[in-house]
Design a protein around this ligand. Structure first.
Ligand SMILES: [Zn+2]
Ligand SMILES: [Zn+2]
Length: 774
């Protein structure tokens, strides 16, 4: 007897062992693959779903982890569908047997045989209901349990629940029906969402709400009798109305979402750095503002807001309306390559501070300029003679900027732009010229705004952060920063850009509106196609671009009149703090008295002195030379040099020391200035001061003459202010004597022409040009 029992036991063990081995073998040969595609989602920093797309199989199926789902929901659905979910091994044998016997004896059909694991299998691989398929389903459920935890299975289940049409998963249903994330669901809402998957086609929220309430309350009473939830909570839920209705899938940041999604195709859930509230406020303000601009035929705008401390993108508006197809609303204005107008000038001035070329009070010349054929003009076609560097920047003067860029070196400037993340200027570095500083290049709003954010960070540039897990930057931000400007240069720049009395302040703002305490710069591109205004305070940098994606220019379009009001509105809405004193002079900066006439270290004769910032060891220490000592005859009719100085009868006198360019401009504009008397006519010495500069033609250039009979070339020059007469030569043949301001005309006879201009001191300039007759 005992032996027999042992034999049976042995056989049973063998059978069980074989079954287990067989199970593992089949599991190995036919593994259960879970291949679910989810809707890609772009979230705000707090997890709010901002944007989502259909999953690959055209379903709205947004993935939720269990901790994103209200526990009321999981508790209720486990109670409803599979009470012993946590204790059975995938198949509830007791329930299966009960169902089998009920079916066999044609008793009433009882539900509950399908566990959550089995339901997951069926949702992943729907098959017709036969006993054979049921067996496979049970086997698959075991496989599922073997390879996945209960938590994973429950999560998968919640994400696959059908909610009618192409809506799947608790998060999708929660968002599309209740407009909230599933962690915010009330018990009533959670219960409603546990019953819809049983009859998704007849319990459609918004259509069959009464039926849903009836079913919901039936279950709620059930929960109450089973003490699943506290009575008070259930009673509350029973009285809760059902407001569910079908909402559109979130589509709040189309261009931003696409940008992030394209970069992270494999990631379905992207937690962006956008701040829901700031984004919403910005969107509303931009929409309202853009609507007003339509009357002026200005149809597009783009905005980006950066947190200066974290370098995170807080708000992003690609266009005022994605749906506005007539005006290319789907274009992303933040990434569009546009002409920057004058918006790169602050960087130039900052770099010039750091190169020691200028300080804020340095006098620059705003007079007609011609650099290798490039003759820029100011926006108002006016010239101002002498201006301080700070006024030149505030007034966005073009000529001092071009001259400064020429001094700093285009290459140096391009290198800095590249370091600060500008891509197109680097790609086109061989094509860029001095006109770049006036907008003759292409940049993007995000690049520009990131640069200004560097101005808010003591001159340190940080790459922008787009997603919350973008750990490359946050972990060790110092090592990823690049110095664009020294703290001293950056401080001087910010001081200039913060000044209130500025020409680019919209007129109405002096009276009507609150001006936020910010540093800002405007820009308007050639042809009035792009209006820019970029500003920063300690916390935020905001970049605004306004224009038409069609490229159409608008006469009323300018950075100051169109873009700055929007910039101010945005700052006032998100961070208005007029008492906010946020910039402190850094240690590497000091101040000194300079001569107001030049901005240089005062000389004995400099009476008009002003206070100016400078960077010790960097800023130029040249002494002021706004006057120079000249030997003149007692009657001041003649001047002498050391080689012709008579033994007696002369005196020393101080005269204005100005460049030929400025002297010419003074003469042309009838501005009085102190002329140095004619030089001693009997002097034989060659002067090595300023030779005349030929201003009408450029050395090495080709000039095309359309009509040989008619067309003449013009000769003009800028001569030193002690010059009273110049002499023109063409191919070494004397052409004409003239006063320095006089224009001379001549008909070119040959194709290679040498032109010489000599002054009455014997200083001479030669240029060679080519003439083509068309
Ligand atoms: Zn001086
Ligand atoms: Zn002399």
């Amino acid at each position: 007897m005992k032996k027999r029992l042992l034999k049976i036991l042995k056989r049973m063990c063998v059978v069980i062992a074989s079954c287990i081995i067989l199970f593992f073998l089949i599991d190995l040969i036919f593994p259960f693959r879970i291949d679910v595609s989810y809707s890609p989602v772009v979230e705000a920093r707090d997890g709010t779903v901002l944007h989502t797309w259909l999953a690959k199989d055209e379903q709205w199926r947004i993935k939720a982890s269990l901790d994103e789902i209200a526990p009321e929901f999981t508790k209720a659905i486990i109670y409803k569908e599979d009470k012993y979910f946590y204790s059975h091994p995938g198949v509830n044998l007791f329930a299966v047997c009960r169902a089998f016997f009920n079916n066999l004896f044609h008793l009433k059909r009882t539900s509950g045989a399908s566990t959550i694991s089995m339901q997951v299998v069926r949702m992943l691989h729907p098959e017709s209901r036969t006993y054979f398929n049921k067996c496979i389903e049970m086997f698959r459920a075991e496989q599922l349990e073997l390879h996945h935890s209960k938590k994973e299975i429950l999560e998968l289940y919640c994400n696959l629940l059908p909610y009618g049409g192409n809506i799947q998963g608790i998060k999708t249903a929660s968002l599309l029906y209740f407009n909230k994330t599933p962690d915010k669901l009330s018990l009533a809402e959670a219960t409603a969402l546990t019953i819809i998957p049983n009859r998704p086609n007849s319990l459609v929220p918004g259509k069959n709400n009464a039926a849903i309430i009836a079913e919901r309350n039936k279950w709620l009473k059930n929960f109450k009798s089973e003490n699943l939830f506290a009575d008070v909570i259930v009673d509350d839920a029973l009285n809760e109305p059902l407001t569910a209705t079908r909402h559109h899938a979130p589509h709040a940041v189309p261009q931003f979402a696409w940008r992030l999604h394209k970069k992270n195709l494999s990631q379905t859930q992207l937690r962006s750095t956008l701040d829901k509230n700031i984004q919403q406020k910005t969107k509303t303000i931009v929409s309202n503002y853009a609507a007003q601009l339509k009357a002026q035929n200005i149809n597009n705008a783009a905005v980006i807001i950066i947190n200066n401390k974290t370098h995170e993108v807080m708000a992003y508006i690609g266009s005022p309306s994605f749906e506005d197809r007539a005006h290319f609303g789907e274009v992303d204005g933040v990434q569009a390559l546009r002409s920057p107008g004058s918006t790169l000038k602050p960087l130039l001035y900052g770099l010039s501070f750091d190169a020691g070329l200028i300080t804020p009070k340095t006098i620059l010349e705003d007079v007609p300029l011609n650099i290798a054929g490039y003759a820029p003009e100011n926006y108002d076609m006016q010239f101002r003679g002498n201006v301080t560097a700070e006024d030149a920047l505030k007034n966005s003067l073009n000529i001092p900027a071009v001259e400064l860029l020429n001094q700093l070196g285009l290459k140096n400037f391009l290198t800095k732009l590249t370091v600060a993340g500008f891509n197109d200027t680097w790609r086109n570095r061989n094509k860029e010229g001095l006109s770049l500083i006036l907008g003759g290049c292409r940049i993007r709003l995000d690049e520009l705004t990131a640069l200004y954010s560097a101005f808010a960070n003591n001159g340190k540039y940080y790459p922008l952060k787009w997603t919350m897990d973008d750990s490359s930057i946050s972990k060790n931000s110092a090592s990823h920063s690049v110095t664009v400007l020294s703290p001293g240069a950056d401080y001087m720049l910010t001081q200039i850009l913060t000044t209130l009395h500025r020409p680019d302040l919209p007129n109405a703002y002096y009276i009507a509106e609150n001006i936020p305490k910010i540093a800002w710069k405007t820009g308007t591109s050639y042809g009035r196609k792009d209006a820019w205004s970029v500003g920063y305070n300690k916390t935020y940098t905001i970049g605004v671009w306004i224009g038409n994606f069609s490229g159409e220019g608008v006469p009323d379009l300018s950075g100051a009149s169109v873009a700055t009001p929007l910039l101010f509105k945005l700052f006032n809405a998100i961070d208005y703090d007029p008492s906010n004193e946020w910039v402190q002079p850094p240690k590497d900066l000091s101040f000194r008295l300079v001569c107001a006439k030049t901005g240089r270290i005062p000389n004995d004769f400099c009476n008009d002195q002003v206070m100016d910032y400078y960077i010790p060891g960097i800023s130029t220490n040249e002494k002021c030379n706004h006057l120079k000592e000249v030997f003149v005859s007692a009657d001041e009719k003649y001047s002498y040099c050391t080689s012709c100085l008579p033994a007696g009868g002369y005196k020393e006198k101080l005269f204005q020391n100005i460049t030929p360019k400025l002297a010419t401009w003074y003469k042309m504009n009838h501005i009085a200035y102190q002329k140095i008397p004619k030089h001693n006519p009997s002097c034989t010495r060659d002067f090595n001061g300023y030779a005349p500069v030929i201003t009408s033609l450029n050395n090495g250039m080709v000039y095309i003459i359309m009509d040989k009979q008619q067309q003449q070339l013009t000769l003009s020059c800028a001569a030193s202010n002690d010059v009273t007469q110049v002499y023109w030569y063409v191919n070494d043949k004397f052409l004409s004597a003239a006063n320095p301001q006089q224009k001379i005309f001549f008909n070119p006879a040959s194709s290679n022409i040498k032109i010489s201009c000599a002054d009455d001191k014997g200083r001479n300039t030669n240029i060679e040009i080519k003439v083509k007759f068309d």
